[in-house]
Design a protein around this ligand. Structure first.
Ligand SMILES: C=C(O[C@H]1C=CC=C(C(=O)O)[C@@H]1O)C(=O)O
Length: 425
């Protein structure tokens, strides 16, 4: 199913924001109103948007292709005046897609009525209308959000010890030769005493995880460290993560961190897990790229809660007709969230997880009219219940290989849930 408002043209205008206007703004996230907010922000830069000029909803195995086609169609007839001309100026769609072809969560592209962007000190505002010239807007800080109140956590599809047994079952299936790696996830339900204002969570996530991409699209919000694919004027980049170690709880932890980072970089179990993920991305990108660069060994990425093995892959696009969403569709699901071989791992996930991942572990991000954009993997995130905004589903998953230990994976999943738990605290 695709719903796209086809008959009326998109009308978009981008203008730069002057230094004096920017001085009054605060940060990008401070501009968001409570309703219909979208964001993709890292280290103070990125895009935020609000309102809904157009919405494209898709579902099933063709959810990416249908969304890309509907977005291209909207832009074919668009009337655009862009005075800034950078990736992310002109009409922009924020998007989020389900992990699984079978999920009712499908996919969505939301075209906000107002988008404010910041990149390398350049600020702009884009106003977008459907079938009419949009009113010009002077962005201003919104009211401060109330922090969440009285949040209680309860198990989702599987209680923690049950999930550890599931991990043990997965290890048996790996040992039996069914798959080489499978990523198993679990969910946790958070229930607050009052409706949760997503902006409070976004601000907390951005402050605690400045090196991650803090996002919200259509009720999904989080701070992901993993970039599935970025396309910018023909340059393709991807940051692959797999292989994790928890950081120590000790505040004076620098010496500890060095020791942990060194043990992660030497861990054959984590290096194996990482290698599957890198290979899946490199192989999927190769047909699209004239050249690619895949570093031989990973580096260790330090986050506030965990450290990951990380590899930055880059390439030059061969065919200028491919959009960032086309690339994301081809890369999804990578072995960082599914496993190896892909189909057998996806079947095992269906069988063992006993839940719908919804939009967790699917691509989330934005795209402009040229097809440039950034699509992260929706990790360290939660989805607000559309029917009850006091309720959220939190997700975390772990790559399982033959050498995995169920108790250690359970502890790792707790560490990955921490960003959202703390944001709800
Ligand atoms: C599936 C998740 O993380 C992936 C990304 C980084 C490290 C991972 C790991 O070490 O298992 C996972 O592959 C998650 O955070 O829910």
């Amino acid at each position: 199913m695709t719903t796209a408002p086809a008959s009326r043209p998109l009308v978009a205008r981008t203008v730069p924001l002057s230094g004096a206007a920017v001085a009054e703004l605060g940060g990008l996230l401070d501009l968001l109103p409570r309703e219909q907010a979208a964001a993709w922000v890292r280290g103070g830069q990125g895009l935020v948007g609000w309102g809904e000029a157009a919405r494209i909803e898709t579902g099933g195995p063709e959810r990416f292709a249908d969304a890309a086609a509907a977005w291209a169609d909207l832009n074919r007839h668009a009337v655009v005046r862009d005075e800034v001309n950078l990736p992310g100026t002109g009409p922009v769609a924020f998007g989020s897609f389900a992990f699984s072809d079978a999920s009712a969560a499908g996919g969505v592209l939301v075209v906000p009525e107002v988008v404010v962007g910041c990149r390398d000190g350049v600020w702009w505002v884009t106003t977008i209308g459907l079938g009419s010239v949009p009113r010009s807007v002077r962005p201003a800080p919104a009211d401060g959000p109330q922090p969440p109140r009285g949040v209680a956590f309860s198990p989702g599809a599987q209680a923690p010890d049950e999930w550890a047994h599931t991990v043990a079952a997965a290890i048996d299936r790996i040992t039996a030769g069914e798959v080489e790696k499978v990523v198993l996830a679990r969910d946790v339900i958070a229930t607050a005493q009052a409706p949760v204002d997503p902006r409070a969570l976004l601000r907390r996530l951005a402050a605690d995880y400045p090196g991650c991409w803090t996002f919200t699209v259509d009720g999904l919000l989080g701070a992901t460290p993993e970039m599935l694919v970025r396309l910018e004027r023909g340059l393709v980049t991807s940051r692959v993560l797999a292989g994790t170690i928890r950081r120590s709880d000790d505040p004076a932890r620098e010496a500890d961190d060095l020791r942990l980072a060194a043990s992660l970089a030497r861990s054959s179990k984590d290096l194996e897990e990482h290698e599957y993920a890198v290979r899946s991305v490199a192989e999927a990108l190769a047909p699209f790229c004239a050249t690619t660069n895949v570093p031989e060994s990973p580096f260790v990425l330090h986050l506030a809660n965990v450290m990951h093995l990380a590899t930055e892959i880059s390439g030059v696009l061969r065919d200028s007709g491919s959009t960032s969403l086309d690339l994301a569709a081809r890369l999804h699901p990578s072995a960082a969230v599914c496993g190896t071989p892909t189909k057998a791992a996806a079947d095992l996930i269906d069988e063992l997880e006993r839940m719908d991942r919804d939009r967790y572990a699917g691509p989330v991000g934005w795209m402009d009219a040229d097809g440039d954009g950034e699509w992260g993997i929706a990790l360290r995130c939660a989805r607000i219940d559309a029917d009850d905004d006091r309720r959220l589903r939190l997700f975390a998953g772990c790559g399982i290989v033959a050498g995995s230990d169920p108790a250690a994976e359970l502890a790792e999943s707790e560490a990955k849930l921490l960003p959202m738990r703390m944001a709800l605290d």
